[in-house]
Write a protein that binds this ligand. Structure first.
Ligand code: PMM
Length: 299
């Protein structure tokens, strides 16, 4: 961890990794935009999560509700039915599980089932009970930036200065979460790539991860298979490649995010990202070794 860059690698209540951590994604949904329908059964979802760990995931994020543009909200009982058994199954195998939910009841039951972290794409805005539930459990909490939820969907955001506005709005959410009793060393921030942001916004945010680190909390970057990568790969005219053909591009973002000081990257395909974060770690190690090595002529 370096004070100069503001990078935070340690989160209270979780293992500390000496590099950017890899969060593998298990969407227990029929309709997530990049892997919907593939792991929509408890056994398949648990098997997939264990597979991600075998490929190098440090933690696994389990979600039961799609947030893709136009998706309708799943009802609470159905979300519980999808998520809780998968969390329990993975946690009982010793996996560090994060639960991706905007509902306090799902977070609460997932924590009881063994989840170690709550990941809320609404940053605690969707459900007034979310912050108290997380605070009472003493769980780490991912606060993601998203304007669209309150406007009734994943509306297109309009920004004069996307970096300054996302940083300011995340700061306000973090303050609310702190006021609600979550400890400062348990808060993770996330710019919410693709959430009320277009490709240009996502790229500018990635270019300025250093500014997000000034918030003083560990940073999660979740670029995996997102539309902006399709746009980058296709160029302005051509049709973007399908989501599953964006994994090499995702791994490239993982290397950049790790190099910039992210705490973790959230990805669907783990293997290439596990390599990417290790390369970033080795480069970081070489740089600090250089700083401490005596130069010629000094003793
Ligand atoms: N994106 C998705 C789902 N959960 N959680 C966080 N913290 N950050 C994100 O950007 C994020 C998320 C949507 O992607 P998916 O449906 O392909 O998993």
């Amino acid at each position: 961890m370096s004070k100069q860059t503001g990078r935070r690698r340690h989160l209270a209540g979780l293992s500390a990794w000496d590099r950017c951590a890899v969060m593998g994604v298990v969407n227990v949904t029929p309709d997530s935009f990049s892997d919907g329908g593939r792991y929509f059964d408890t056994t398949a979802a648990i098997k997939h999560g264990l597979g991600l760990v075998a490929e190098g995931a440090d933690l696994v994020d389990v979600g039961g509700e799609s947030t893709r543009p136009g998706a309708t909200r799943v009802d609470e009982d159905e979300e519980l039915r999808r998520v809780v058994p998968v969390v329990r199954g993975l946690a009982s195998e010793g996996v560090t599980v994060s639960v991706d939910t905007m509902r306090a009841s799902v977070a609460e039951q997932a924590l009881v089932a063994g989840a170690a972290l709550v990941n809320d794409v609404s940053g605690g805005l969707a459900d007034p009970r979310m912050i108290p539930v997380v605070a009472d459990a003493g769980a780490p909490f991912v606060v993601m930036h998203w304007r669209g939820l309150l406007a009734g969907g994943n509306v297109k955001g309009s920004y004069d200065d996307v970096v300054a506005e996302v940083v300011a709005e995340l700061r306000a959410r973090v303050e609310a979460v702190l006021e609600g009793g979550v400890a400062p060393d348990r808060i993770v921030v996330d710019p919410g790539l693709g959430f009320s942001k277009d490709a240009e916004h996502d790229l500018v945010l990635l270019a300025h991860l250093d500014r997000l680190l000034t918030l003083g909390h560990p940073l999660l970057v979740a670029a995996s298979r997102k539309r902006f990568l399709g746009r980058v790969l296709a160029g302005p005219e051509a049709a973007p490649p399908p989501a599953r053909e964006r994994d090499a591009a995702t791994a490239a973002v993982s290397a950049l995010a790790a190099h910039a000081g992210a705490w973790a990257v959230r990805v669907h395909e783990v293997r290439a990202t596990a390599d990417a974060v290790r390369v970033a770690r080795a480069v970081e190690g070489a740089r600090s070794a250089e700083r401490t090595r005596p130069t010629e002529g000094t003793r």
